[in-house]
Design a protein around this ligand. Structure first.
Ligand code: URA
Length: 237
């Protein structure tokens, strides 16, 4: 990787600020002053210092966030709190973006990464990455709904949804509510809410538990995040 790109990924400033750091002889590669930002470095072995502080080598950042209710899945917004606002400044790496979108009132697993390729792969429709959600539904979910989900729902406006696996965990007849899990392999706008609406039911709470092989860490409190472990990253890639 080029040294200037590496410094940019490490959040050390804009392109012109990084150029200036190099021009001012503040950047060293294995102890030698760097004269040209286009020089390449080996991220596994080389040591980069800026102002005599070692800059940790990394390529991309991968975070798992337990998204709370009330924040929007965006990187910036003029009036509303975004998921990026939940990330500490030192972890807000350049290009860090959410993978896909959860509604403002949806909670649970959200991956944020600087890795544009992985982001794209996880969302590509032809990859059919399974997403598993847990939800509380206003209404009693029966075999009728399970079959409709299994066959692939078609809305009145012609929108079609691929077959989805709906499972009932528990039913509360007093409250007229059902606790369910549902697995879908696409990510259409408000998909789960629209699927239940088509069955005459309302989604009261929605939480994403899993995306592909990656499971939400049950010890992560809402609003908290952590880096993916090497094992989790391997699973995703
Ligand atoms: N389906 C929805 O309706 N909302 C989400 O946030 C995710 C899936």
């Amino acid at each position: 990787m080029r040294i200037d790109k590496y410094l940019s990924n490490a959040n050390l400033g804009s392109r012109s600020e990084i150029k200036k750091l190099i021009k001012d002889k503040r950047v060293r590669l294995n102890g030698q002053i760097v004269k040209n930002g286009k020089e390449n470095l080996d991220i596994n072995h080389d040591i980069v210092e800026v102002n005599q502080h070692k800059i940790e080598l990394f390529e991309n950042v991968y975070l798992m966030l337990n998204k709370p209710q009330g924040v929007i899945t965006a990187t910036t917004d003029s009036s509303q709190k975004t998921v990026l606002d939940l990330i500490q400044p030192q972890d807000r790496f350049k290009g860090l973006s959410p993978v896909g979108r959860l509604d403002k009132d949806t909670t649970g697993l959200l991956i944020l990464t600087t890795d544009g390729q992985l982001n794209h792969n996880l969302l590509a429709p032809n990859k059919h990455i399974t997403k598993i959600y847990s939800a509380t539904i206003q209404g009693i979910v029966t075999d009728k709904e399970i079959n409709r989900f299994e066959q692939g729902l078609v809305l009145k406006n012609g929108t079609t949804f691929k077959p989805a696996k709906l499972e009932v965990g528990s039913i509360d007849t007093d409250q007229n509510q059902s606790q369910i899990t549902v697995s879908i392999s696409e990510g259409k706008y408000h998909q789960i809410k629209r699927m239940f609406k088509a069955c005459g039911m309302t989604v009261l709470t929605l939480e994403r538990l899993q995306m592909g092989p990656l499971k939400l860490d049950s010890t992560l409190k809402p609003g908290k995040y952590r880096k993916l472990s090497p094992n989790e990253l391997n699973l995703l890639k």
